[in-house]
Every structure is written in structure tokens, then in C-alpha cells.
Design a binder for this molecule. Structure first.
Ligand code: HAM
Length: 427
């Protein structure tokens, strides 16, 4: 048969290869540990939902719903979409399963799908870790959510992130501001680009979010949403700002921060870096007090955020952990036959140990090469002679100061029975 052309992954969707997965797991484990310390519980929802859910929550006239959703009609005629984000699904599930009877702190992780133009830091399948808090209305929980993200950055060793915050006020305040903004922008209608002219009619606040440098000045001089806030929204925002100051979190108020999803009100925030080029927002969220009701639930205040795993990993300097702690080498007929059972014994005795057992034979030299490449700290060396005496060699592969070969100690020989105890000293 003629050789077939191999198929490739879909543009903007990436395979997570075995050599990269350890860094993903490290980040996910770290996030999970931090989230658990704040009392969050994980929820998993389907990747596919009714398209209507996203239209009603994210908004009909947003980029995501207008241009980016992977939507299709299934064989039964239902209109479905791959989820472009997690908040809508979380709210849908919380209503459906009656979770809104008491305050809840929920987190989730997984792939999201948006058909954006792929570029560095922007993918069509990307991965988020997100949190949603239901049933708490005050600025105290907004503050806690932001402090949680700060703790996560410090656990991940990330220092180059800055926090921008804003308040979008409540629905009535935003509607009044919208009129002011439209009146202002109408005066300059012919200076607007096509996209902004269209937004002016459909979703004028989004004009503030335009990345077009030609509009920067016009936008900078637009009336400010902050000025349009009523006393309650203002007090909420001021309490949040005071809490951030008290906790020593540096932040910048960005009155143009409006977010690309329609469900937000009051506090919104983004953690941004300059190290990733155009796609510098690694984490974003805010309050969305109206969404539960909008999706058919009882009015319930809510706040949350999501971080982009790919973007965070690109920033993180955490070295990947080695794939093994120890590598078992065996040369000789009896030793080779005994290697796998001995490896099992060692795994029974040391449940934390990551032990790679050499398979496929070969000389000591070639097996040592593999052992070295595995990143293991020690090689366990078994030959027929050692086996006859029920002994095994322990050969450190790395010095105390990393890879310095001079620092590597000599091989020692220990009885197989004592191996587990002796190994503990090396690891
Ligand atoms: P979002 O701003 O659309 O918010 O996305 C949150 C984060 O996901 C972004 O800051 C970014 O790090 C990452 N992200 C978004 N799109 C892409 C992409 N195409 N490629 C790579 N990474 C991307 C939300 O999704 C809201 N659901 C957050 C939220 C939760 N608000 C309240 N609760």
C-alpha cells in the first residue's frame, strides 16, 4: 500500500508531549494545593453545552459568541458549542444541582475552545484553572480571591506580574455611563475604525478595549466609568482597594479595563505581564452578581477568575522535575531475570520512590548512559555476582552540587534486604 500522508493536529490546538507534562502537573498540583488551603472544591462539567448558555451569559455581541465559538448542530438537531470558558457552565451546574443554598467556593480546570487567530500565547484549545464563588456579596471575598492569586504566583516563583483593577458599577450605573460614552464617541464617529463603529451600536463599552493605537488618545479622553459609579459601588471598590493596600498588594486602577465578557459588574481585575508580548493577561476575572438570575437561578452574588495555564507556564522558570529518582541496571542472565521482581520489592518498600527499571538488555556502559539521561539521582547496579551474594550496587549519578562529576561518590555495595534503608539516605 502507498504510504499515506500523516494527519496533523488542528491549527491552534496542541499536543502535550511527555517531556512537557511534568511542568503542567507541577503547576496544577501547586494551584490545587493553594485552592484547597482556601477551602475550594473542584467541579468538573462537560466540555459541550447548549450554545444558548454561552449566548445568554457571555453576551450575543461579544467577540467570543459572534466569532469564536465552535458551534454545531448534533445529530438530534440540538445547537451545541464547545465551551469557550468555564463560568457559564459552572453557574448552569450550580443552578441545576441546587448548590446555591449556601456560599460555595468552587474551582475547575480543563480545556476551553475559542476560534481566535493563533499566535504566541493565543490558542484555539487552551487550558484554564478557574474559581467561582457563589453567595458572597461583599468586597471581602473579592479581596480574598485576589490574595489567593497572589499566593499562587509566589508559590510558582512568579514575580513579573502586575495587577490592574477597575469597577464596572451595577447595571443602572453602566447603562447611564453607556449613554454618556455613546454621546462622546458619536462626536468622533469618522475617526473610529470599522470594529469600533460597529461596537458603538452594539456594545459601546468594548470600544474602550480597542487595541488600535490610532484610537488611544480618543479613548484616553473619553468620560470615565469610575466617575459614573453610585455610592454603593464606589464604597465596595474603595474597600477592596483599601484591603489590597493593607495586604501589601501593588495595583493599578485602569478605568479602561472592561473585560470581553458581558456578565461582569463592580470589581474586575487582570494580572498582566510584559514578558509575553501581546497576550500578556495571564489571569482575569471579577464579580458577576447578575448572571445566576440571568440563567434562571435565584439572584446570587458571585465572583471568580480564570488563569491561562499555557501563558503561566511560558512565564514560569520552574525546572521540570527529573523523571526518575533511581534507575535499575542489570547485566547477566540471572541478574536480568531478577531485576523486575527486585524492582517490585523496592517499590513496595519505598512508595514515594520513582524507579525506572532498565528493559531490553545491553552492556553496563550503555545502560549507565540511559540511567544518566533519565535524570535519576542514583543507579542501582545488579550483576550475576552481586545477585549470587544477594547484594546490589548503589552508584550516585549526580553530585551534591548538581551535575559536577567530581562530586559524584563511588559506588557502594549493600545487601538487597538493606537497600530500601540505604536508598533513603541518597534521595
Ligand atoms: P477570560 O479573560 O476570557 O476570562 O480568560 C481568562 C484567561 O484565560 C486569560 O487571562 C488568558 O490567560 C486565558 N486565555 C483566554 N483565551 C485564551 C487563548 N485563546 N489562548 C490562551 N489562553 C487564553 C474568562 O474566561 C472568565 N470565565 C474568567 C472568570 C471566571 N470570570 C469570573 N469567573
Amino acid at each position: 500500500m502507498a504510504r499515506q500522508t500523516p494527519l496533523r493536529a488542528i491549527r491552534g490546538m496542541h499536543d502535550l508531549l511527555p517531556d512537557e507534562s511534568a511542568r503542567w502537573q507541577q503547576l496544577e498540583d501547586c494551584a490545587r494545593a493553594v485552592l484547597e488551603r482556601y477551602g475550594y472544591k473542584e467541579m468538573r462539567t462537560p466540555l459541550v453545552e447548549q450554545s444558548e448558555l454561552f449566548k445568554r451569559s457571555i453576551g450575543e455581541v461579544t467577540d467570543i459568541v459572534e466569532k469564536e465559538m465552535y458551534s454545531f448542530e448534533d445529530r438530534g438537531g440540538d445547537q451545541l458549542s464547545l465551551r469557550p470558558e468555564g463560568t457559564a457552565s459552572c453557574v448552569r451546574a450550580a443552578i441545576e444541582h441546587g448548590l446555591l443554598d449556601q456560599p460555595r467556593r468552587i474551582w475547575y480546570r480543563g480545556p476551553m475552545f475559542r476560534r481566535e487567530r493563533p499566535q504566541r500565547g493565543r490558542y484555539r484549545q487552551f487550558h484554564q484553572i478557574g474559581v467561582e464563588v457563589f453567595g458572597l456579596a461583599g468586597p471581602d471575598i473579592d479581596l480574598e480571591v485576589i490574595l489567593l492569586t497572589r499566593r499562587l504566583w509566589s508559590a510558582l516563583g512568579l514575580t513579573q506580574l502586575r495587577l490592574e483593577i477597575n469597577s464596572l458599577g451595577d447595571r443602572a450605573e453602566r447603562a447611564a455611563y453607556r449613554d454618556q460614552l455613546v454621546a462622546y464617541l458619536r462626536q468622533y464617529q469618522d475617526r473610529l475604525d470599522d470594529d469600533s463603529r460597529r461596537r458603538l451600536e452594539t456594545n459601546p463599552l468594548r470600544v474602550l478595549d480597542s487595541k488600535n493605537p490610532d484610537l488611544a488618545e480618543l479613548i484616553a479622553e473619553a468620560p470615565s466609568l469610575t466617575e459614573a459609579l453610585g455610592s454603593e459601588s464606589r464604597a465596595h471598590f474603595e474597600t477592596l482597594c483599601a484591603g489590597l493596600e493593607q495586604a501589601g498588594v501593588a495595583y493599578q486602577i485602569n478605568p479602561r479595563l472592561v473585560r470581553g465578557l458581558d456578565y461582569y459588574n463592580r470589581s474586575v481585575f487582570e494580572w498582566i505581564t510584559d514578558a509575553l508580548g501581546a497576550q500578556g493577561t495571564v489571569c482575569a476575572g471579577g464579580r458577576y452578581d447578575g448572571l445566576v438570575e440571568q440563567l434562571g437561578g435565584r439572584a446570587t452574588p458571585a465572583v471568580g477568575f480564570a488563569l491561562g495555564i499555557e501563558r503561566l507556564l511560558e512565564l514560569s522558570q520552574m525546572p521540570p522535575p527529573p523523571s526518575a529518582d533511581a534507575y535499575l541496571i542489570a547485566v547477566g542472565e540471572q541478574a536480568t531475570a531478577a531485576a523486575i521482581p527486585i524492582a517490585e520489592q523496592i517499590r513496595d518498600a519505598l512508595p514515594q520512590l520513582r524507579l525506572l527499571c532498565h528493559c531490553g538488555g545491553g552492556s553496563f556502559k550503555s545502560q549507565f548512559k540511559r540511567a544518566d539521561r533519565s535524570g535519576a539521582k542514583v543507579a542501582l547496579v545488579l550483576g550475576d555476582d552481586e545477585l549470587a551474594e544477594q547484594r546490589i550496587g548503589i552508584k550516585p549519578l549526580r553530585g551534591a552540587d548538581g551535575d559536577d562529576p567530581q562530586a559524584k561518590a563511588e559506588q557502594i555495595s549493600v545487601s538487597i534486604d538493606a537497600l530500601a534503608d540505604r536508598l533513603r539516605n541518597f534521595l
